[in-house]
Design a protein around this ligand. Structure first.
Ligand SMILES: Cc1ncc(COP(=O)(O)O)c(C=O)c1O
Length: 400
């Protein structure tokens, strides 16, 4: 008999930069997950806003399986059919003229930030290199993206950090007006702050950033790694806001669970990356591109309409739960990216609540120490939502 795989192997054999739950998931379908002991969980985390169409979605499984017997990898010395189909689809359904593929959100942001710097150097000169980002934002874990992210706890240990980056308060247009100058090369912003607490941008804030970028010839980058691929009820959140960026980054839900990242660019920006200026081995891999194309083809208008309806349903259920227990001080979000901020007596205890939820058979996320975060499959069934909220209510009853 083969050796039983134990959770403590993580502590023994893996670099301890995560602290995974005590159980090991082994199987999943739709929004249900089972662990080694056969215990069932409802998944309201979606692998951190990744499994946009749930687990083991039959059309994704079929597409991946078919491609797996054709061509796995060929490298960027050649192109391939799935990546060409995916690029065409992304260009035809967004503001972008060109797409660059990579493997993660951090890499997509790294590409966007490097491209913004290069574009400014090429068109205006080396003095134009400053980047404006926002406090509490999150853009990934490479040295550049962790520095641009507005959470010093993630970057301070890695000093010296890349220079020329300023963090301003989110949703504070006046602060940006006061700071921006001819030296500003880019502003990078999450249309809804994800990890940092699920905070939607004010429409006037994003519109104001667009106007300021136009005035100062700066590149506007939307980090849609978490908000993209249907999460907010439109294909990308910029469409919800009616404000177009120059560059947009996408990852997470785009691959529905298969790793892929993408940077979408307007033509003038795309031209700053010529052969040899930037690259990746795995980006544009046929397996990832096949799955992402299938994800996009399933994100049609009825599915997106369903996201908007489920938003109302989840907000209603959270409001009801709060009427009973008074645990939340704020409920916010867009589409199926929803945050519930814990009220004063329970601040700092979001992780304790998700631990109780897991005991009750519910997987949920946190967004910082004070906020419970939900990012379920975009097509989660009403039955699964019913059951999820029954389990959450049991967890909250034990929590308060
Ligand atoms: C808004 C945002 N940008 C970037 C990233 C980094 O993506 P990845 O972990 O795929 O590198 C994340 C991940 O949580 C994110 O939420």
């Amino acid at each position: 008999m083969s050796e039983k795989i134990q959770r403590d192997w993580f502590d023994k054999y893996m670099v301890p930069c995560f602290s995974p739950a005590p159980f090991i998931p082994v199987k999943a379908a739709g929004s249900r997950v089972w662990d080694q002991s056969g215990k069932e969980y409802i998944d309201l985390a979606g692998g951190i806003a990744v499994n946009s169409l749930g687990h083991a979605q039959p059309a994704l499984v079929a597409a991946l399986t078919e491609q797996a017997s054709k061509l796995w990898h060929i490298g960027n010395g050649y192109t391939n059919e799935p990546v060409l189909r995916l690029a065409k689809r992304l260009v035809e359904s967004t503001f972008a003229d060109k797409v660059f593929f990579c493997n993660s959100g951090a890499e997509a942001n790294e590409a966007a930030l490097k491209l913004a710097r290069k574009y400014a150097h090429d068109h205006h000169g080396a003095h134009k290199h400053e980047i404006i980002a926002f406090k509490n934002s999150f853009h990934g874990r490479t040295l550049f993206t962790v520095t641009v992210g507005g959470q010093p706890k993630y970057s301070a240990d890695y000093a010296p950090l890349p220079a020329g980056i300023t963090h301003l308060p989110y949703n504070d247009l006046q602060a940006v007006e006061n700071h921006i100058s001819d030296k500003t090369c880019a502003i990078i912003v999450e249309p809804v702050v994800g990890e940092g607490g699920v905070i939607p941008a004010d429409p006037a804030f994003l519109q104001g950033l667009r106007t300021l970028c136009d005035k100062f010839n700066a590149t506007l980058i939307f980090d849609e790694v978490q908000t993209g691929a249907g999460r907010t009820g439109m294909l990308y959140a910029y469409q919800t806001y009616g404000v177009e960026p120059d560059l947009l980054t996408s990852a997470k839900g785009l691959g529905g669970g298969f790793p892929i990242g993408a940077m979408l660019a307007k033509e003038a920006w795309a031209q700053a990356f010529q052969p040899g200026t930037h690259g990746t081995t795995f980006g544009g891999n046929p397996l990832a591109a096949t799955v992402a194309e299938q994800v996009l083809s399933l994100l049609d208008e009825p599915l997106l309409q369903g996201v908007r309806e489920r938003h109302d349903e989840m907000m209603g259920r959270l409001t009801e739960l709060n009427a009973r227990y008074g645990v939340f001080s704020a409920l916010r979000g867009k589409g199926l990216l929803i945050g519930a901020e814990l009220a004063e007596p329970w601040r700092g205890k979001a992780k304790a609540l998700t631990n109780l939820a897991a005991e009750e058979g519910l997987i949920a996320l946190i967004a910082g120490p004070d906020v419970l975060r939900f990012a379920p499959a975009l097509d989660i069934s009403h039955r699964d939502l019913d059951e999820a909220f029954a389990r959450l209510a049991r967890a909250v009853a034990r929590f308060v």
